[in-house]
Design a protein around this ligand. Structure first.
Ligand code: NAG
Length: 280
């Protein structure tokens, strides 16, 4: 009898500890309403505490952005994309400074839908002073419409890193010590997200059109976390031996486009960071 009780007590302790651990993992994100505001799509932006959904129909897509702007930080967002035939839809999570200046900075994650059973494409890009054209694209090693996964952007003075479930897909470094000035580093940026229609280009170069009989299309966001603390872990974030290995694995097996190897596009010369970028 006594032994059974002790067994239960132990179990209780295990449960309490497990709850504490999971609340430190998931409890750090805030309420969407506190940090974010809708940008377009009216009722298609649906905020409920730590959950948010965006929808897209024949009349409009939808989007939201942070109320505050940030200069460096780490953003984590759990996301689940449009299920089934999502061809022609684009779900985004990106940072951008004020675009009206014509010299804006931007860090992009875009998720291009596909016909049922075919893989999403993850499109990434970086803009500095109004210039972009730094695309890399990937497929994923799982179906991102079936469950929530964590998509992260780390931005510090040394680098920008795109991660999925802590696996780095891409590292874009600041090479100013090599005289290369292309890096977003002075302008604060807001967090943006959206779900919209781009069937003129998104899926197989626009060959696959949106199937509106499946509308509304819905994408889910939840449990965001924004770390901008002056001593935040993102500050010194960089690859270590293990994450470098993961990066190489992704780049070898899942990268489908890299501007630094697009000979057709950059016939005379590649952007200057390309010669350093292979040594990530
Ligand atoms: C859609 O699926 C095709 C075939 O598997 C693939 O080539 C393509 O990269 C996928 N993604 C998009 C956005 O077209």
């Amino acid at each position: 009898m006594g032994i059974t009780l002790m067994g239960h007590e132990k179990m209780l302790i295990v449960v309490v500890v497990a709850l504490m651990v999971s609340s430190t993992v998931y409890g750090v994100g805030g309420n969407f309403r506190d940090e974010f505001e809708p940008t377009f799509g009216d009722h298609r932006v649906n905020m409920a505490g730590r959950d948010l959904s965006l929808s897209l129909d024949q009349y409009s897509g939808s989007g939201f952005r942070s109320k505050r702007e940030y200069l460096y930080g780490r953003l984590d967002m759990q996301m689940k994309f449009v299920e089934g035939n999502s061809a022609g839809t684009v779900t985004t999570l990106y940072l951008t400074s004020d675009q009206s200046t014509g010299r804006h900075d931007e860090i992009d994650f875009e998720f291009l839908g596909n016909v049922s059973g075919q893989p999403y494409t993850i499109h990434t890009n970086v803009f500095s002073q109004g210039q972009g054209s730094r695309e890399q694209q990937f497929h994923l090693w799982f179906d991102p419409s079936k469950a929530f996964h964590t998509y992260s952007i780390v931005w510090n003075p040394k680098l920008i890193m795109f991660l999925v479930d802590e696996t780095p897909l891409r590292v874009f470094r600041n090479y100013e010590n090599h005289g290369i000035t292309f890096f977003p580093k002075r302008q604060p940026q807001k967090i943006h997200a959206s779900l919209w229609e781009a069937d003129d280009w998104a899926t197989r170069g626009g060959l696959e059109k949106i199937d509106w009989t499946k509308a509304p299309f819905v994408a889910h966001y939840r449990n965001f976390n924004i770390d901008t603390s002056p001593n935040g872990a993102y500050r010194n974030h960089d690859l270590n031996a293990q994450s470098r290995k993961r990066l190489r694995w992704v780049q070898k097996n899942y990268m489908i486009y890299n501007y630094c190897t697009d000979w057709k596009r950059f016939t005379s010369s590649f952007p200057p960071e390309c010669k350093h970028a292979k040594f990530n």
